[in-house]
Design a protein around this ligand. Structure first.
Ligand code: HEM
Length: 496
C-alpha cells in the first residue's frame, strides 16, 4: 500500500465525552478538585530522619536496594497513604545545596494539584530541588525552569507553540520520509543479521526528523551534525541528569561515580558549541520569528531551541518510541492484526493528522503505552502558599515552600481510576474516553491544553499524533513485526 502525505494542523485536545462510566464522576483537575473540607484531615505520614544523614538510607534505597518504583511502593504500603514525606536523591554527603525533602503524591487526585498554578510554583523544579548548572544552557534559565508568573515563560512557551504550529505544515511529510529511511535501514540490517538493533537508527531518525521540523534545517547540511548530532545530545542530556537517574550498573560504583557529584559542562562544551552554531547558521527563519514575534534575543532563542529539541523533544521520544515498539512488537494477543485492519481501512490513502482521528484503537494503544510507561516519570512543584491537598480518602496540610513530588508510574496505576491498573489493555481508552482526564504524561490531563499560564507540555497533541502516525505507517508497511524495545528480529511485508 502506498503512503502519500497530506498537510493538516493537529486537532484540538481530545474530547472528554464518553458513553461509558468512569470510577470518578468528574476529573480531579484543578477546577474540580473536591473540597478537602469534606475529607478527614490527616497528618502527612513519613519522616525525613536526622538532619543531613537522614537522607542517606533513602538515597541508597532509591538508587541501590529498591529502585524508584519499589521505593515509592514500599512507602505507600507502609504508611497506607498515597501522600507521605520522604527524601529523594540527589542528597548529602556531596550535594550540600540540595534539599532532598519532598512530599510524595501518588494518586491521580493528589497529583492533579500540581497542575494548579495558583497553588504551586514551578520555578527551577524540573527535576526536583536539584537543578543542573545553567552552563548547560548558555548561562540562562530556559523555559522549562521558569514559572508561569515569570514574564519570560510566556515568551518562550509561546515561541515553542508557534514553532510547532509553523512546522505542522511539513510535520507529516518529514515524518513519513524519515520513517521510510528508518525502516529501510532496519530491513537492510535484517537481511544480513538475525536481529537489527534499533537503538541508533531510531535516535538518528528522531534527531533528523525533529531538527527538520523544529529548527527548519536538514542535518545533512553538516556531515558532523548528521552523523553525530544525536550522540551529542545524548551526552549533553546524560551529564545533566546523571545525579538523578538510576542506571543499573554495578554498585557501589554507580553510587560513587555517577550519583555523588554533578559532572561539569566543559566535558560537552565542544558538542554544545557545534549544535549552537548549526542552529545559528541554519535556523535563521525560526530565529527571526523568535526576535520579531516574541522579543527573544538570538542567544535566548538558540539556547531555548536547543533545550526544546534536545531535552524535551529528543529526550521524550527517545524514551517513548522504544516502549511503544516494545508494546506492539512483543504482543502475542492478535493486537497487530487488529491494528493492521484499522490502519488500512481508515484514514484514507494519505496519512495525516486527520487520518489518526479515525484510528481509535491506535490512539488507545498509544495512550495505554503512555499510561504504563510515562516517559518523564517524576514531576515536581513547590507550594506557593499553605493549602490543603486531597487524596481520594484524606486531606493533608501543605505548607508554603514544601516540594511536592509525583511519581507517575504509580499515579498512572491508581486503582480508584484504572481498573486492572497493572494490565496492558489496548482498548482501555477506546472504550472509555473519559479516562483521558486522568492521563498525565504531559504534566496535565490529556484533555487539557498547554498555554502560557500552565506548565503542560507544549507538544501534548503533536506527541500523541506522531506516535499514532508511527504505528499507522508501520502497519501499512508490514503485516507483522517481532522484537523488543532494543531490536527487531523479523518483519513481514504487507501483502499487496
Ligand atoms: C514523547 C515526547 C515528550 C514527552 C514525554 C514530553 C513530556 C513533557 C513533560 C512531562 C513536561 C513538563 C515538565 C515539567 O514541568 O514538570 C514537558 C514540558 C515541555 N515540553 Fe514536552 N514532551 C515531549 C515532547 C515535546 C516536544 C516534541 C516538544 C516540542 C516543542 C516539547 C516541548 C515542551 C516544552 C516547551 C515544555 C515546557 C512547558 C512549559 O515550560 O510550560 N515536548 N514535556
Amino acid at each position: 500500500m502506498s503512503i502519500v502525505m497530506s498537510i493538516s494542523p493537529p486537532p484540538p485536545s481530545a474530547s472528554s465525552s464518553s458513553s461509558s462510566s468512569s470510577p470518578l464522576a468528574s476529573p480531579p483537575t484543578p477546577s474540580s478538585v473536591p473540597s478537602p473540607a469534606s475529607l478527614p484531615v490527616r497528618t502527612i505520614p513519613g519522616s525525613y530522619g536526622w538532619p543531613l544523614i537522614g537522607s542517606i538510607p533513602d538515597r541508597l534505597d532509591y538508587f541501590w536496594f529498591q529502585g524508584p518504583e519499589t521505593f515509592f511502593k514500599k512507602r505507600l504500603d507502609k504508611y497506607k497513604s498515597t501522600v507521605f514525606r520522604t527524601n529523594i536523591p540527589p542528597s548529602f554527603p556531596f550535594f550540600f545545596n540540595v534539599n532532598p525533602q519532598v512530599i510524595a503524591v501518588l494518586d491521580c487526585k493528589s497529583f492533579s494539584h500540581m497542575f494548579d498554578m495558583d497553588l504551586v510554583e514551578k520555578k527551577n523544579v524540573l527535576v526536583g530541588d536539584f537543578m543542573p548548572s545553567v552552563k548547560f544552557t548558555g548561562d540562562i534559565r530556559v523555559g522549562a525552569y521558569l514559572d508561569p508568573s515569570e514574564p519570560q515563560h510566556s515568551k518562550v512557551k509561546n515561541f515553542a507553540m508557534d514553532i510547532l504550529k509553523q512546522s505542522s505544515k511539513t510535520w507529516c511529510q518529514e515524518l513519513m520520509s524519515s520513517l521510510s529511511t528508518l525502516w529501510d535501514t532496519i530491513e537492510a540490517d535484517l537481511s544480513n543479521n538475525s536481529s537489527a538493533s534499533i537503538l541508533f537508527p531510531l535516535q538518528q531518525f528522531i534527531f533528523t526528523f525533529l531538527t527538520k521540523c523544529l529548527i527548519g534545517a536538514d542535518p545533512s547540511i553538516s556531515p558532523e551534525i548528521a552523523t553525530s548530532g544525536y550522540a551529542m545530545l545524548d551526552r549533553w542530556l546524560a551529564l545533566q541528569l546523571l545525579p538523578t537517574v538510576k542506571i543499573g550498573i554495578l554498585q557501589p560504583l554507580e553510587e560513587i561515580f555517577l550519583h555523588s557529584f554533578a559532572y561539569p559542562f566543559f566535558l560537552v562544551s565542544g558538542d554544545y558549541r557545534k549544535l549552537y552554531e548549526f542552529v545559528e547558521q541554519n535556523g535563521k527563519e525560526v530565529l527571526q520569528r523568535g526576535k520579531t514575534e516574541f522579543g527573544l534575543s538570538k542567544e535566548e532563542s538558540i539556547h531555548n531551541l536547543l533545550f526544546v529539541l534536545g531535552f524535551n523533544a529528543f529526550g521524550g521520544f527517545s524514551v517513548h518510541l522504544p516502549s511503544l515498539i516494545n508494546t506492539i512488537a512483543s504482543d502475542t494477543s492478535g493486537l497487530q492484526q487488529r491494528i493492521v485492519q484499522e490502519v488500512r481501512s481508515n484514514g484514507g490513502s494519505t496519512l495525516s493528522f486527520d487520518s489518526v482521528r479515525e484510528m481509535d484503537l491506535v490512539q488507545s494503544v498509544v495512550y495505554e503505552t503512555l499510561r504504563l510507561n510515562p516517559p518523564v516519570p517524576l514531576q515536581f512543584a513547590r507550594a506557593r502558599k499553605d493549602f490543603k491537598i486531597s487524596s481520594h480518602d484524606s486531606a493533608y496540610e501543605i505548607k508554603k515552600g514544601e516540594l511536592l513530588c509525583g511519581y507517575q508510574p504509580l499515579v498512572m496505576k491508581d486503582p480508584k481510576i484504572f481498573s486492572e491498573p497493572e494490565s496492558f489493555k489496548p482498548d482501555r481508552f477506546k472504550d472509555n474516553k473519559e479516562l483521558l482526564n486522568y492521563l498525565y504524561w504531559s504534566n496535565g490531563p490529556q484533555t487539557g491544553s498547554p498555554s502560557e499560564s500552565n506548565k503542560q507540555c507544549a507538544a501534548k497533541d503533536y506527541v500523541t499524533l506522531t506516535a499514532c502516525l508511527f504505528v499507522a505507517y508501520l502497519f501499512r508497511r508490514y503485516d507483522s513485526i517481532t522484537g523488543s524495545s532494543t531490536s527487531i528480529t523479523a518483519v513481514e511485508k504487507a501483502k499487496k
